[in-house]
Design a protein around this ligand. Sequence first.
Ligand code: ADP
Ligand code: MG
Length: 263
Amino acid sequence: MEKLIQVKNIHSGYHKKEVLKNISFEIEEGEFLGIIGPNGSGKSTLLRSLSRVLRPLKGNIYYKGSDLYAIALNQIARDFSFVAQDTQVNFPFSVWEIVLMGRIPYLSRLQPQSAADLKAAKESMSITDTLKLAGRQLNDLSAGEKQMVIIAKAIAQEPKVLFLDEPTSHLDIGHQVKILNLLKGLNRDKKITVAMVLHDLNLAAEYCDRLILLDNGSVYKSGPPGEVLTYENIEEVYKTLVIVNKNPVSGNPHILLARKNIP
Ligand code: ADP
Ligand code: MG
């Protein structure tokens, strides 16, 4: 079977400044993929490149076997949903209005939302437990509530692929787990392929089927968490000492910081 997304020798960056160097990998349909790496290693740049937000300087990306840039934009707008790291909304939209915006790729010009659009929006708010926030303004919500609403909007779009950039940073552990469990459930029940940048290595180990570890714009290692999150790989890429144990419940790697002796 054709891979869902194929990345072939891409170089990406900004104003000719190359950030990603010669990256190749594939994403399978139904996969739950994590992208990890130190600050500035190019994780967000890679996610933007995969999702057609940022056109690579060189190389090709294929979606369902076709060149990503040869596919009609409205098709990509339906199939791909992108949750950015810090969503800012500079207008007092209500939560309901924000979630309905997820349906924009399905509307033709000046056409009001259909019953199916309203149903998809309501359902996504029900799954994310945000119906109770419907009348509130997005900017008045807590970080955890806000992130749930942004994810509700992304789900209302009924995407095939969901890209998320550090969806759980700034959230407490309860909200981190709530969001990742929700994404895992969508991946399993609605067969949404998930590609996500994660900052927290332990969350990445616990939730992702496969990890891509970036180092300075290149893929340092890719594979299941047990193969990628070894102390050798982490120490080399993050330049810090760690101890890698096994999570006693899941058997996944569990990373502990090891403080160097302070002189
Ligand atoms: P990460 O998400 O891993 O922290 P990024 O992909 O955001 O890394 O950044 C990788 C490099 O690209 C950094 O050197 C950063 O300064 C640069 N960069 C990121 N976004 C932009 C941008 N919009 N314009 C110019 N340079 C950028
Ligand atoms: Mg980033």
